[in-house]
Design a protein around this ligand. Structure first.
Ligand SMILES: [Zn+2]
Length: 847
């Protein structure tokens, strides 16, 4: 009984003090602190762990440390969408800080095989980046950064001096500031003054969409490769500026878990990452083991997570000569929480992240020369491996779309991939790459492994379980023609001048003085942006549903489906003002606008034909909130708002009944919102009156369930085995998944959903097993999976059979449009964006 009593007293005491932990709780016992550096409580007014730090508090603390310490400087690398700063607190000995630029230059030489050979690494510092909380609601990570930064700037003693003399440490305190701000505001505002650990408490369940993602609801821990958001653009630039030898990536997982550190699942490593990387990760893990043992934390490794997809914070470094390490702490998502394994406090979660930050630094110090040597050989080996590889280069071009190829090249350049113009024509894979618009990426360069991971289609896998997608062939997501070149001499002959910036898109107005009409084609990626800008200025536009040829003394040209026609006489502004606007739009959005003198054409329809349909300006609404996939909805919001300048009203499903739908002519459904039966009837009558209803992925189940469209789905691939092994249960359940693979679809180029495409084949991305049968009306399935559909990625023969011949997109009756897979995936599927944009813009003319 007495023992129970003591245990009870200790237990309740630990609850009461759990949120008042001083820095000593988190840090090694022997440390004393320099009093001139503000301790967290002096600055925040409370201890770390007592409240969740908001991003602004954490950021200003980093600035305060940099201001007060001669060991630290702050370097900003980006601003988030909400204008919050991202950066690194760079910490080293005062002597090293004075010499920082010289040390950085010397360090970068290790990554250049032409300079690295003779460098004496014994006197060079090791570079370590500690990165916290790319998922904004995994807050023990960001809060730990305050303690680690305080320890390294204020801590005294031989050990710290020795570390700082030999290391340059970059602390990235909050990798996703906007998400962090959302989450910290929620948990602080829902906290009771007496900690309530009841897991049912609202404190632990933040409202939709939560703080995991960035402003537009994107998972930033998938954007290291696609680089579509300012946070990752800045972060990857900072990575290449400093090329750290170790990169940590601090996360949270479910509250009922323990602590995870890498290595991850060995069979799910990316085959392009060298074996030595895993050996180093495992050796560093020995330090985490020792440190976590010393505080009695439960942990595991080599299960559950993997580094197959190389666009994550722990895998991007692995394929760049660095060691990326994923840490996953059981997430409190509040201040104190009951779990089956006992009480989980926020300070304890922070302490684990602090502990592995220190074990990583210890490992870096002890393994300094090994890490620097490994980084040097990684880049040296890249050139040797490239010599042996059968493919010597990739050649690519997109003659019909300057906007798309320019965005593609921008991504490659940010990853420090060297790109050259081609010096002559090259016939490859059934197409001729023209010298004037083709580019070549030789594999013999330091980014050899990364280039292969971006360009090489993969269909063979050693494991059928994927933590993330199974493929990410960048030319396919951009729908860019690309071929391997296998002869080194041919590559030499093809390689022209190197480019250092993406080619300018070069739009222009070609027009006589007082034209009858202006025309521009739809193949350019940013044509929808140009059209919307014109409509916003009050200009009336039409779209051609037929091909035609134009000819007068100045211009002879054929125009394809989807050509935009702006009749000069139909506008409310003067001819001169119209011309100024057309010129601006052409130059700004990279499109060629043609002024024509007459409405009569020598071939096909004339410009006054009823087959050139009047377009209304799209006014778009999207249902958001509970039942909607925030990722899919965020991709739509980001695409329309940020990339195309088209506003979209986000309507909360819960208040849908209050909304007058007549204000909109397009409604997007990216999930299964509960809008009640009155809401469904409202949508049905709005659609009959002329509204365009667009469903994405799972939104199509919702369409069918609510009888807004008749859709027949293909049954899932059945597991025909009658017996299974219990231990294999989890792996077996993954076999018939489609974790994110690329398939070929065939397009009907005359259909409004396909306007602007110039080739019938289109690579599309599919990451669900949802497959629908074609619409009975044979003219209403404009994008169909081809007979041999798999281009890259994992897919079983059973699923291939289910997919082939079935639609990627269909139209049901009038203006109810199904896109069964995701045309806007991770903001990087520039190739399929147009199908979605066409649904928004041309849905109104589909009969
Ligand atoms: Zn996470």
């Amino acid at each position: 009984m007495k023992n129970y009593l003591i245990a009870f007293i200790l237990f309740t005491a630990s609850i009461n003090i759990s949120s008042q932990e001083t820095p000593d709780y988190y840090l090694p016992e022997s440390v004393t602190f320099n009093k001139s550096i503000p301790a967290p409580k002096q600055f925040f007014g409370h201890e770390v762990g007592e409240w969740h730090l908001t991003h602004d508090k954490l950021y200003f603390y980093m600035l305060e440390l940099a201001k007060n310490s001669d060991r630290a400087v702050w370097e900003e690398y980006a601003r988030s969408y909400e204008n919050r700063p991202l950066g690194d607190l760079i910490i080293s000995s005062p002597g090293n800080i004075k010499n920082l630029e010289k040390l950085r230059q010397q360090h970068l030489m290790l990554c250049d095989p032409s300079l690295s050979e003779g460098i004496d690494i014994s006197n060079m510092p090791v570079f370590i980046k500690l990165g916290y909380g790319v998922h904004g609601n995994e807050s023990s990570a960001q809060n730990a950064s305050a303690i680690v930064a305080y320890y390294l700037t204020a801590g005294e003693g031989k050990e710290i001096d020795e570390l700082l003399k030999n290391a340059v440490i970059l602390i990235d305190p909050a990798l996703n500031p906007d998400g962090m701000q959302r989450h910290s505001t929620w948990v602080n505002s829902m906290r009771s003054l007496n900690n309530n650990p009841d897991p049912a408490s609202w404190e632990f369940s933040e409202p939709w969409p939560g703080g995991r993602t960035n402003h537009y609801w994107f998972d930033l821990n998938r954007d290291y490769l696609m680089l579509q958001h300012p946070e990752s653009v800045g972060r990857v630039a900072a990575f290449h500026k400093w090329k750290p030898d170790i990169n940590t990536d601090h996360h949270e997982t479910g509250a009922n878990e323990t602590f995870f550190f890498q290595p991850g699942v060995p069979s799910r490593n990316n085959p392009l990452t060298p074996l030595e990387n895993y050996e180093l990760t495992a050796e560093i893990a020995g330090f985490h083991e020792k440190y976590l043992d010393s505080i009695g934390s439960l942990y595991y490794s080599e299960e559950g997570f993997d580094d197959f997809y190389i666009g994550k914070g722990s895998s991007y470094p692995d394929i760049h000569g660095s060691v990326g390490i994923l840490f996953e702490q059981a997430g409190v998502k509040g201040h104190l929480r009951e779990t089956p394994g006992g009480m989980l406090s926020f300070p304890f979660a922070i302490k684990n992240h602090v502990t592995v930050s220190l074990s990583t630094l210890d490992a870096a110090l002890k393994m300094k020369e090994k890490l620097l040597g490994s980084q040097r050989s990684f880049y040296k080996d890249a050139l040797t491996l490239a010599e042996k590889h059968p493919v010597k280069a990739y050649i690519f071009s997109e003659p019909d779309d300057n906007g798309r190829i320019s965005e593609f090249i921008k991504i490659l350049l940010q990853h420090q991939i060297r790109i050259f113009r081609t010096s002559r024509d090259y016939p490859g894979d059934g197409i001729v790459y023209k010298a004037e618009n083709s580019f070549i990426v030789p594999l013999k360069q330091t980014e050899y492994r990364f280039i292969r991971s971006l360009f090489e289609p993969v269909k063979q896998f050693t494991d059928s379980t994927f933590y993330d997608i199974s493929t990410w062939v960048l030319p396919m997501s951009f729908n860019i023609s690309c071929s391997p070149v296998s002869v080194a001499k041919v590559v030499e002959g093809l390689t022209g001048t190197e480019i250092s910036a993406a080619p300018v898109t070069g739009g222009e107005l070609l027009s006589p003085d007082h034209p009858y009409a202006y025309l521009f084609e739809w193949n350019e990626y940013f044509a929808p942006k140009a059209l919307y800008a014109l409509q916003k200025s009050g200009i009336t536009a039409r779209v051609s549903t037929e091909r035609f040829t134009y000819g007068d003394g100045n211009l002879k040209k054929s125009f394809s489906y989807g050509t935009i026609v702006i009749p000069a006489s139909a506008q409310t502004i003067t001819a001169d003002d119209l011309k100024v606007i057309m010129k601006n739009v052409a130059e700004k959005y990279g499109i060629t606008v043609y002024g024509v003198m007459t409405g009569l054409t020598p071939g096909g329809i004339d410009l006054g034909s009823s087959r050139i349909a009047v377009l209304k300006k799209p006014t778009v609404a999207m249902i958001t909130g509970s039942g909607i996939n925030s990722g899919d909805a965020g991709e739509v919001w980001h695409l329309l708002d940020s990339r195309f300048g088209i506003p979209v009203t986000l309507i909360n499903a819960a208040s849908f009944g209050m909304v007058n739908l007549d204000r909109y002519n397009v409604l997007v459904i990216a999930g299964s919102p509960d809008v009640g039966s009155a809401g469904i009837e409202n949508i049905r009558s709005w659609n009959r009156k002329g509204g365009t209803l667009i469903a994405l992925e799972g939104g199509n189940n919702w369409l069918a369930r609510n009888k807004l469209a008749e859709i027949e789905f293909v049954p899932s691939a059945a597991d025909k085995r009658t017996r299974g092994t219990y231990a294999e249960r989890s792996a077996d359940s993954q076999v018939q998944m489609i974790p994110g693979s690329i398939f070929n679809a065939r397009l009907d180029l005359s259909h409004p959903l396909c306007f602007g495409y110039t080739r019938e084949n289109l690579p599309v991305f599919k990451s669900t097993t949802l497959v629908a049968k074609p619409e009975a009306d044979k003219y209403s399935n404009p994008a169909i999976y081809s007979d041999i559909p798999l281009l890259s990625g994992y897919c079983t023969p059973e699923n291939i059979d289910r997919i082939k011949g079935n639609p990627f997109a269909s139209v049901h009756g009038s203006r109810v449009i199904s896109i069964y897979d995701n045309p806007n995936f991770r903001a990087a599927w520039y190739g399929t964006n147009k199908i979605f944009l066409n649904a928004v813009i041309f849905g109104q003319i589909i009969r």
